[in-house]
Each structure stands twice: as C-alpha cells, then as structure tokens.
Design a protein around this ligand. Structure first.
Ligand code: SF4
Length: 326
C-alpha cells in the first residue's frame, strides 16, 4: 500500500475523510483559493531552482490563475524571491523528486520540493517551500515562537522526508524551511482612509451630493495595477520581512519514532480496509481551513459521485493504489 504524508495526516484527522479521498479517490471540483496561491508560488520557485529566469518563472506561476488579485500576489512573491535569494552557494540536485521508501508493509511516497547541495560546506539539503499567513506567524516571519515555526519544529512530514532521502542518498540530509510571507492586504486598498469627512449630513449640508461622494469613493480605491505595483515594491524593498529560511534539526529519536508511527498507521489503514469501517471524527469537520470538503456528503446533502466531486489525479508515477469495494 502506498501512503503519502498527506494521506497519513488525513487518516489521523478523520478516517472517513481518508476513505473518500484516498480509497474512493474523489476530491472536490472547486479548489480552495488558499491552496491555489501556494501551488502557483511553488511552481514559480521550481523554475528558480531549475536555474531559469524570472520571466519563465512568472509565466509558469500564473498560467492557471484567472483572478487578477491573486495573480498580483503571486507575481510579487515570486519576483521578490528571485530578488532575495541567489543560487550562488547552491547546486540543485533535483526538483520535485519522487522518492519511494518501504516501511514494513507500507510504501512511503513523497515529492521533495528541492534537493540541493550547499557549495560552501558540501552538505545536502531538502528545501521545502512554505507560504505563510500573517496570523500564523504573528506578522513576523522570523518569530521562532510563532504558531508556524513551533509547528515546523515537530513537523512529521519533514522527518519522513529526511528518513526517505537519507535512505536514498546514503548521507545526512538537513531540512531547510524556505518561508514566504503572504501579504496582509488580500485586496486593493481604499485611499484615502477616511473619505467620510465630506459626506453630506445634517451637520454638513454643503457636503457633496451622494452621487459625487460615491464617485469619489470609487476613485479612492487602488487600481489593480497600483495594487500589483505596491506589492512588488514591498516584497523587493523589505525582503527581510517577507522571506526567511531556517534549518530545523531532527534527532535520531524523531526518525525512529516516525518509522514506528508510519508503520502503525499503515496497519490501521489496512485494518479499516479489511473491516470496511472508517470511523468519522466529528471534531475535525470544521477546522482552521473551514468546512471539511466532504461535509455535505457526510450529512447526506450530496453524494461522492455527484458533479461536485471528481476523480483524484494521480500525483506519483507508481501504479494507483487499489480501489476497495464494500
Ligand atoms: S465531514 Fe467530518 S466526519 Fe465527514 S469526512 Fe469530513 S471530517 Fe470526517
């Protein structure tokens, strides 16, 4: 049985969700916008690590984005990354490399964002890109005590990736988190901040007419071009704020524990498949990412075969996991 890190965490979150996504292999047609931004930025950064120029990276990053606001954010983040970091001390070994590792009866499958060697000391790194929301790092991407970095310190995905890569390359692999802060302004700003001073009122009967007021409010909204220009400017001029890299060490105990946990979860999944029972975890129905994508199916307002769901695309080159009939 193949098991990726996302399958592992999905199973631990809710067995029933795992069944829909990894056994039935059905996923929602509508993509979560937060994931779309992260995917686009990842694709742009792939080109950076392939040694391509900024134009190539931007073309690839925005090719599937129709939303102009999101496009501006992606352009600012990717161009800011090119401005902040250089390849001088790095030699790319692989980008989006698939690695398969046998752990007991389970095959751990992964795609490493980047594997690169640091020229100055010859060490091998797994480089994992993360787009980080303002709230999860308290607005400070360098705050090691924030929710984001605290989570990264015990992140099992990185431990698993490290185990798999060390097994494959036969040498120590460090994990480098390559974080990019999302901009706090998720849409164009409204300038000036307080246009209401001239709004007509009983106290101010000589104020503008409502039509004049409405027209001025419209003019006060930042144009899409202005928004993009402002974001690019900020990601370039304040790159310390928007970009951070940290190496977080994993101990041998972390690695041993991860191998045991992975094998254990693999056995649990096999047991669920055998019995045909995938217990629901209702405390997971509403999370920080919003409603579970299978909420309506569980509540019998929709079915997994409806047009709102599609077959899950295969992410790895090995044959698909077998479908289980009940
Ligand atoms: S709606 Fe709740 S019970 Fe149903 S799959 Fe999602 S998390 Fe599990």
């Amino acid at each position: 049985m193949k098991l990726s890190n996302s399958g592992y965490t999905c199973f631990l979150g809710c067995n029933k969700q795992f069944y829909y996504e990894h056994v039935e292999r059905r996923v929602p047609v509508a993509e979560n916008p937060a994931f779309a931004l992260g995917t686009a930025v990842h694709e742009g950064l792939e080109e950076f690590w392939h040694g391509k120029d900024l134009n190539t990276a931007l073309t690839r990053a925005v090719r599937d984005i129709s939303d102009g606001i999101m496009k501006s954010q992606v352009i600012a983040m990717v161009s800011g990354y090119f401005n902040r970091w250089s390849m001088d001390d790095w030699e790319t070994v692989s980008v989006e490399e698939e690695v398969f590792t046998e752990i007991g009866d389970v095959t751990h499958v992964m795609k490493a964002d980047v594997v690169a060697r640091r020229k100055s000391d010859g060490r091998l790194f797994l480089i994992d890109h993360k787009t980080v929301g303002v709230r999860s790092c308290n607005g400070d991407l360098h705050d090691a005590s924030s929710q984001f970095w605290m989570g990264m310190k015990i992140n099992t995905q990185a431990t698993g990736y490290q185990v798999a890569l060390e097994n494959k390359y036969g040498e120590p692999v460090d994990v480098l988190w390559d974080a990019i802060l999302k901009h706090a302004d998720r849409e164009p700003k409204y300038f000036p901040r307080k246009p209401t001073r001239r709004k007509p009122s009983k106290k101010n009967p000589d104020g503008e007419s409502h039509i004049e007021y409405a027209a001025r409010c419209l003019e006060a909204i930042e144009s899409p071009e202005g928004y993009q220009h402002r974001l690019i400017g900020e990601y370039h001029s304040d790159s310390q704020r928007y970009f951070a890299r940290k190496v977080i060490a994993r101990t041998s105990r972390h690695r041993e524990e991860w191998v045991k946990m992975y094998g254990h979860v693999g056995s649990e999944i096999a047991r669920c498949k055998e019995s045909g029972v995938f217990p629901a975890n209702q405390s997971h129905c509403i999370s920080k990412y919003g409603k579970c994508p299978y909420y309506n199916v569980c509540h019998e307002l929709d079915t997994i075969d409806s047009v709102n769901y599609k077959d899950k695309p295969e992410r790895y080159s090995q044959p698909k996991e077998e479908r289980v009939e009940f």
